[in-house]
Ligand binder design. Structure first.
Ligand code: ZN
Ligand code: ZN
Length: 426
């Protein structure tokens, strides 16, 4: 179907392009005539889903059951929310944790939290500043932490700790009025949302979680800015506070770990040590700025890191896997006074152990970090990618289509993806 809108009740674009109208209750949609996308106006445009007045999305029903592609009603954004025609969605371990039941999450739900897309609608009563910032037709990238903008933490700029995001989205699978925007077509069964529920043809995103994507950056590769790169940036900028000349080790060369290498390099780290158990991933790590590669199966990673750093250990070690043994490795790899930054999510309830006396006497800091600050960091990440400081192209190694979403996560589960895979949606 083809449709376009702003907060206005009726929009009719220039002749020969598109005309449609909808009621103020949003329950009635009159499709009048449609053709290709209008580019003549910032206040109207159109979008196409597969057919009719529904969209398709991949539903996760319960742990270890395959994703199924279902029809949904067209989602309706509310105030200060933006409806996005999803172009691409990254394939992340956090989704996989949910799908394997390792991290409890409300289901059935649509996973996928690393998206790019095109703005097609603003919720009614949306702030005019938001509409001006993200006009219909604009290209955007979304951060997986979608800050509410108003809570105790958001008001201090700490978007990564947003109370509403954790209380509603992560705890209940909804947006911040306690409701999902996703309903199955026909039955109206509510389907919950992991972040914005990116594995669907359309998604609703609170506007503070978005930033504009310039024309020079492709939709597919740029999807990873919203989680892999965002998480890496948050860890390096806010948790590790990397300074020029710092030595850095990164354990786990997935999408996030390999992004950490690039950000560490951009921040001027001197030695950048990549640790993984697959030579193929370590080989690729050098493209992203690793000066040393350590295969943790073939050698003792902690000993090797100490050897590379003249026996001291690194200023900053980052754990991007979420496993108790790599948590310990990370802790042991840092020098006295150094920082062990933990960014890998683990199975719910997993516990990491450290040597208490070493922590106390040698003043090692163990710091958790979950993503970045959408409003402050996401525009910077876009700029780093735009100027080529961050290499997006090499970071994405594989693409799938929406029907192949299940296969993409299977491949991720088997460790068969080097860097990041992205699902291209439309
Ligand atoms: Zn993610
Ligand atoms: Zn907030």
């Amino acid at each position: 179907m083809v449709r376009g809108s702003s907060a206005a009740k009726r929009l009719v674009s220039v002749s020969g392009r598109l005309s449609w109208s909808w009621s103020s209750s949003c329950s009635e949609l009159l499709y009048l005539w449609g053709s290709s996308r209008s580019s003549s106006s910032s206040s109207s445009s159109s979008y196409t889903t597969t057919a009719g007045n529904y969209m398709r999305g991949a539903v996760f029903w319960e742990p270890n059951k395959p994703l199924t592609i279902e029809k949904f009603d067209i989602p309706q954004p509310k105030a200060n929310e933006v409806l996005i025609k999803t172009k691409a969605c990254g394939v992340c371990h956090s989704d996989l944790h949910v799908m394997k039941g390792e991290i409890p999450f409300t289901s059935p739900c649509v996973v996928g939290h690393e998206i790019t897309g095109e703005v097609v609608e603003h919720g009614p009563l949306t702030d005019t500043k938001i509409i001006r910032r993200f006009p219909i037709g604009s290209r955007v990238v979304g951060a997986f932490i979608m800050p509410c903008g108003n809570c105790h933490f958001c008001s201090k700029g700490h978007d990564d700790l947003c109370e509403d995001f954790f209380a509603f989205n992560r705890a209940k699978g909804t947006l911040y009025d306690g409701q999902t925007r996703l309903f199955l077509h026909g039955t109206r069964q509510p389907i919950f949302m992991y972040s914005m529920g990116g594995l669907a043809e359309l998604c609703v995103v609170p506007a503070h979680g978005l930033t504009l994507l310039p024309d020079s950056l492709p939709y597919t590769e740029s999807a990873i800015l919203g989680c892999a790169v965002f998480t890496a940036y948050g860890a390096m900028a806010h948790a590790a506070e990397v300074r020029p000349g710092d030595t850095v080790a990164v354990i786990g060369m997935g999408g996030v770990g390999s992004s950490c290498l690039q950000i560490a390099k951009a921040f001027g780290a001197s030695d950048i040590i990549a640790v993984d158990v697959k030579d193929e991933k370590l080989q690729k790590a050098k493209v992203f700025g690793a000066t040393h590669a350590v295969n943790a199966i073939k050698e003792d990673a902690v000993e090797k890191i100490r050897e590379i750093t003249g026996g001291k250990g690194v200023d900053i070690a980052v754990e991007a896997l979420g496993k108790p043994q790599t948590f310990l490795q990370c802790f042991k790899s840092v020098k006295d006074g150094g920082k062990a930054v933990m960014i890998g999510l683990a199975q719910a309830g997993a516990v990491g152990e450290v040597d208490i006396n070493h922590l106390v006497r040698r003043k090692v800091k163990v710091i958790g970090s979950y993503g970045g600050r959408a409003r402050e960091d996401l525009p910077k990440l876009v700029r780093l990618a735009e100027t080529g400081v961050f290499n997006l192209k090499d970071a994405v190694s594989r693409t799938y289509n929406l029907e192949e979403a299940g296969k993409a996560f299977q491949d991720l589960n088997q460790g068969a993806i080097v860097g990041r895979a992205v699902i291209e949606i439309m």
